[in-house]
Design a binder for this molecule. Structure first.
Ligand code: NAD
Length: 456
């Protein structure tokens, strides 16, 4: 195992706090419980935040439900204007946002700035394209010239957004913006590791003039998130986090038949052929593997247990396929390098993981790069690049295999926050259709002949 000599300027490694209270210090004041939030590097106390229970979740869902009718009845362009004001307010308050992200996440300032840049680009896309993507869409009626057909994209109601800690802004604002654009109201449950970014976000939303109760932030741990999923008062869940939690949420939503988007873990393979621009590929691998301390779901990976709050950037060259590091998400600044001889071997290695979120292929031969890309089972792909797919808002983002279900962004993502209603309109106004009652031998024979003529 070769260790690089670069020291991370700031890197927070958190355990998976979601499934219990490991690492969470909880205090009780009367009936209410609070959890402590510490600065990940200095361990300075940043504050105590409510650990809300199912009753509190239901109260907030009621408020969001109360705001649903007026929000969903606003014209699309008016909702887009609210989101534009929200974005502009984030830009005005950028320094506050950078401070909160850096202090609660331990990120470098540059990583926080990149996150804000990404958020603004996504928000702008949603405001700009949302109204067109959510307008009724005409469909072909085929043979039935006397009919009209279109699809309406209707808000689902109250969307529960549950987010992780590694990108506390973009992974909260992204789903929130799309859900709001589609006419839903939102209850956001941020990670217990990063409650302050979402609370700041709610404050900024209020300052921007977003109507009251359209967006609520509720703090807590996995139990709060689980209450949001279980409550009959939430109409849809958009979850971003680990595959283990995603499976639990998927099971509950399956039982309740509640629509759900699951954006889960990843183990992104980077296939570099010998004809690639190796300088760019090496720089891409370093940035892709080590920026944000390698704590990116789409991080260049292929990865050890951490101890303490820091882990040095590490390159692993031992490639025994039986090692855990080869198959499981590391979620730290670790890159695993595996040599290969043939294209087929590279594809097999890239697919030798349960995940399928992001992947990367590097070659100057674009025919080969595209051919290999199509054979790697991955929801997202970059050719001669890293991460850039995520900043292209028109590209839907989401995983396959154990990396999740559904998409965010793109026309697919925006529409994923809607119920799609297929509408058929009769235009002729006849007293009845040919295939309505009464049935007769003559009608049956006529239809037999029509079938032979049209489809035989
Ligand atoms: P996590 O699953 O522990 O927690 C995520 C959120 O779920 C938190 O808000 C947590 O409180 C909540 N939660 C925990 N248990 C819950 C339950 N039973 N029911 C409902 N909610 C519950 O994940 P994490 O450690 O915060 O985040 C890191 C993981 O997220 C990594 O696996 C990473 O790859 C993944 N991730 C995926 C994407 C993506 O877009 N696909 C993006 C970023 C991170």
């Amino acid at each position: 195992m070769a260790k690089l000599s670069i020291k991370p300027r700031s890197a927070a490694i958190h355990g998976n706090l979601g499934n219990g209270h490991v690492g969470l210090k909880i205090t009780q004041k009367g009936k209410k419980r609070f959890f402590e939030k510490l600065h990940p590097a200095t361990l300075e106390l940043l504050g105590n935040y409510p650990l809300e229970d199912a009753a509190a979740v239901d109260q907030v869902l009621d408020k969001a439900r109360g705001a649903f009718k007026s929000w969903s009845n606003l014209p699309l362009k008016v909702r887009a204007k609210h989101l534009k004001n929200f974005r502009k307010q984030i830009v005005k308050d950028m320094e506050e946002v950078i401070d909160v992200i850096c202090s609660e996440c331990g990120k470098t300032e540059m990583d926080a700035i990149i996150e804000i840049f990404t958020v603004c680009e996504h928000m702008k896309y949603v405001e700009k394209r949302g109204p067109a993507y959510l307008s009724d869409e005409k469909r072909s009626t085929g043979l039935f010239v006397n009919k009209g057909a279109y699809v309406s994209f209707l808000p689902r109601g109250v969307v529960g957004v549950i987010s992780p800690w590694n990108y506390p802004l973009v992974l909260s604002v992204g789903p929130v913006t799309q859900a709001l654009m589609a006419g839903n109201t939102v209850v956001l449950k941020p990670s217990e590791v990063t409650p302050r970014t979402s609370l700041k976000l709610a404050e900024i939303a209020m300052r921007s003039g977003l109507p009251a109760d359209v967006l609520h932030v509720i703090t807590g741990d996995g139990s709060t998130g689980a209450a949001l999923v279980e409550s009959p008062k939430s109409d849809m869940i958009c979850f971003t986090g680990s595959t283990a939690t995603g499976r639990k949420i998927g099971e509950i939503c399956g039982r309740l038949l509640k629509p759900v988007i699951l954006e889960l873990g990843g183990k992104a393979p980077m296939v570099v052929f010998d004809d690639a621009n190796l300088k760019r590929a090496a720089n891409g691998a370093l940035w892709g593997g080590f920026s944000n301390s390698g704590q990116t779901c789409i991080t260049v990976d292929k990865n050890p247990a951490f101890d303490g709050h820091f882990y040095e950037p590490t390159i692993v060259t031992n490639h025994d396929q039986n090692f855990k590091i080869m198959k499981e998400e590391t979620f730290g600044p670790v890159i695993n390098i595996i040599p290969f001889k043939t294209e087929a071997e590279a594809i097999d290695l890239a697919n030798a993981t349960a995940y399928g979120l992001n992947a990367y292929v590097w070659s100057r031969d674009m025919k080969r790069a595209r051919r290999v890309a199509r054979q790697v089972r991955s929801g997202n792909m970059n050719l001669n690049d890293v991460y850039s797919n995520y900043i292209i808002s028109d590209l839907p983002f989401g995983g396959v295999k154990s990396s999740g279900l559904g998409k965010v962004y793109g026309i697919e993502g925006i529409r994923a926050f809607t119920d799609q209603q297929s509408v058929c309109v009769d235009r002729a106004g006849l007293s009845k259709e040919l295939w309505w009652f009464p049935y007769s031998k003559g009608k049956q024979n006529l239809f037999r002949n029509v079938i032979r003529f049209l489809f035989g």
